[in-house]
Design a protein around this ligand. Sequence first.
Ligand code: HEC
Length: 255
Amino acid sequence: MTRLITRLAQVSALAAVALLPQAVNANTGVALQHFSANSGNLPSAQRGARNFMAYCSGCHSLKYLRYERMGADLKIPADVLKQNLMFTSDKLGDQIKIAMPAASGDWFGRVPPDLSLETRARGADWVYTYLLSFYLDDTRPTGVNNPVLPGASMPHVLWELQGWQKKAEHAAEGAKEGEHGGGHHEGSGFEQVTKGSLTPAEYQAFVGDLVNFLDYASEPGKQARISTGLKVMLYLFVLLGLTYLLKKEFWRDIH
Ligand code: HEC
């Protein structure tokens, strides 16, 4: 009996760990940088959509999202959509597929995964930190590695924007500082080797836009859900007031 109880306690402790917020990457123990995704930030999600199409859709699909739906939700006019965002298809009703033919859609043995549900599967913090954390590593075929997904076979496709960074000499101390809220470049154990076309702050904003867009893609109906929810709450609130008045009216003569 005691053993059973101990076992149960262990299992529930494990379950609790699995349910912990995404502050720490469960696989690697790397501290993730916090990013609260907001797909309701329309300009940001629009920029994210543009950047996703330009930098990511060559390899990653968003197979649960259609161009038409994205255009409608993010308020992107059809002509802008067709001219600037649709590289993989010319039909508005099509899903967002990759630009590469399926046969060559294989990078160093791994097929780039579909990212429709990425922020829901991994969490916004994970995706945000992942895109900030590519660092130079000669031992990898891509020339880069990533502490968030060690041995990742994705090249650092945004290097022109971010520049190259390497692991800091005192990476361990750096990581500790990072936990106390230090900025990415000082705090998270990286040293800038070459500059990119964006400043670190601009690059973080760029990645933030991408994550906001991916957050939108993972639940295109989210904003509608939130606004319907608010309307329902408001309606119930008004109804509560009316019901209260009605109750007072009914009981007026009795008291
Ligand atoms: C050249 C092809 C290529 C491009 C372009 C590319 N990726 Fe990737 N990406 C990959 C591959 C391959 C993987 C799988 C890595 C692995 O599991 O080793 C991957 C993995 C990922 C993952 C992690 C998936 C997971 O949960 O394991 C994310 C997030 C991601 N990519 C985001 C992006 C974003 C955002 C862009 C655009 C800025 C982008 N990728 C551009 C090839 C690419």
